[in-house]
Design a protein around this ligand. Structure first.
Ligand code: ASP
Ligand code: MG
Length: 450
């Protein structure tokens, strides 16, 4: 289909009957939206993660009751309530059984299986809501096409297979009468076991399906009218950005801007698919277009804040004139699957930052085994809980005087590490601690307000 759009709605956009209704209107308002990817109702994944981590009998019952209520509040507005309630009860029963298993011992595979119920339930009710408003919709189990590896809790998609499966099983269902409604975040391995793409992974699902079907646009509908210059809850003067390049958006997502999942851009970039980000409650407010080449390319576009970074400083007495030290260090990080963010070096030491973690179970600590392996050939010092502010823009390292403004604004804060020069698109400050709100406001005022 020409101009096909794939629309993704986040948890708050499907969190209750009114939110679902707004999202419904967005879908039917665009004749090109034929496939809809949704998250679990807001709050549901967190509750399921709590169960998956193992909790008491009383807590299990309390959480099941909350889950029942969230879905029941939607069901009461719909037809065929008996059938819908049975469906939800079926899931709740299974969730409870799995939560009991998790009480004894838990693992990432069980966690994925437990959290997957969230998207399965929300998508089922969303189909019923479409029917309630007289629009034909079909429920589709995304796991039949979203093939991943078996790294439960942060599974990697197998794009070639997703493409074949999507053409085989999903494409034939697309027509101009029925809306296909499916789940974000979840997938399955070749054995048919349920996996997840990591927290917030529904955007990624939409982009992966968009790539597989070579759609014209991907729309990410959330609770904010686009991507802001920085978090508006922290900086009052933050304003929406009309357009962004892929590179800028990827830098923003990577450095903690919550609007797009960091991996979302990758499939879109491979196929040059523009991504729209807007608010499902206020679609009339417009939003942000993320495109290969936007018209404006200002030096400073946005600020992103990522808290809780870990800094590892490795020093070797023999680094002077020695070769291979960095290679050894990096290979150890690779072996333990730790993705390195910032790097800075001196004659005898290297400083590296890592993010505390984005897996579904939320547990992604720096392994002691890895630190021990590093200790065999260098001195290791770990600092935790550091905030990182990334300034995102264009050609920052090319023109004289551009970054002076940033240094002036950050002047009164203690900066632990600076990264500049690897990309023309960012300048990063790792702060010691202290007031990140103040630092973010100071930078925003200096760089992004007239
Ligand atoms: N429901 C999942 C989460 O809360 C995935 C998503 O919302 O994108 O992380
Ligand atoms: Mg979400």
């Amino acid at each position: 289909m020409e101009n096909l759009d794939i629309a993704k709605f986040g948890g708050t956009s499907v969190g209750n009957f009114d939110a679902m209704t707004s999202s419904y209107k967005v879908v039917v308002g665009n004749k090109n939206s034929r496939i809809v990817v949704i998250s679990a109702c807001s709050g549901v994944t967190n509750l399921l993660v709590e169960l998956a981590n193992g909790t008491t009998d009383e807590k299990i019952d309390e959480i099941i009751e909350k889950l029942r209520d969230i879905h029941e509040q939607i069901i009461i507005h719909l037809e065929n309530q008996h059938e819908l309630r049975n469906y939800i009860e079926g899931h709740l029963k299974e969730i409870k059984e799995q939560a009991k298993v998790a009480q004894k011992s838990t693992n990432d595979q069980l966690t994925d299986s437990i959290v997957s119920h969230g998207e399965l339930m929300s998508s089922f009710l969303f189909v019923a809501l479409f029917k309630h408003y007289g629009t034909d919709a079909q429920w589709f189990d995304v796991r039949t096409v979203m093939r991943t590896d078996s790294k439960f809790s942060c599974a990697k998609p197998v794009c070639d297979e997703i493409k074949v499966l999507a053409h085989d099983k999903l494409l034939p269902l697309i027509n101009d009468k029925t809306i296909i409604i499916t789940q974000g975040f979840i997938g399955s391995n070749t054995m048919g076991e349920t996996t997840t793409l990591g927290r917030g992974g529904s955007d990624y699902t939409a982009a992966l399906l968009g790539e597989a079907l070579d759609v014209a646009t991907i729309s990410i509908w959330t609770d904010v009218a686009g991507v802001y210059t920085t978090d508006p809850r922290v900086v009052k003067a933050a304003k929406p950005i009309a357009e962004l390049s892929y590179v800028e958006a990827a830098e923003m997502a990577n450095f903690g801007a919550k609007v797009l999942h960091p991996s979302t851009m990758i499939p879109a970039v491979r196929k040059n698919i523009p991504i729209f980000v807007g608010s499902s409650k206020e679609p009339e407010k417009g939003g942000t277009w993320v495109r290969p080449e936007p018209q404006s390319q200002p030096h400073f576009r946005a600020l992103a804040l990522r808290k809780n970074q870990t800094l590892i400083v490795l020093s070797s007495p023999v680094m002077v004139g020695a070769t291979g030290f960095l290679a050894n260090v990096f290979s150890v990080f690779a072996k333990y699957n730790h993705s390195i963010d910032l790097v800075s070096t001196s004659e005898i030491s290297i400083a590296i930052t890592l993010d505390a973690g984005t897996t579904t179970s939320g547990k992604h600590e720096i392994s002691e085994a890895m630190l021990n392996e590093l200790r065999q050939f260098c001195h290791v010092k770990v600092e935790t809980g550091l905030p990182l502010i990334a300034i995102i823009g264009n050609k920052m390292s090319e023109n004289a005087g551009v970054i002076t403004k940033a240094f002036d604004a950050i002047n009164k804060f203690s900066v632990r590490m600076i990264c500049y020069g690897a990309s023309r698109h960012n300048l990063c400050f790792l702060l010691k601690d202290g007031d990140t709100t103040e630092a973010l406001n100071a930078l925003h005022q200096a760089l992004l307000e007239d």
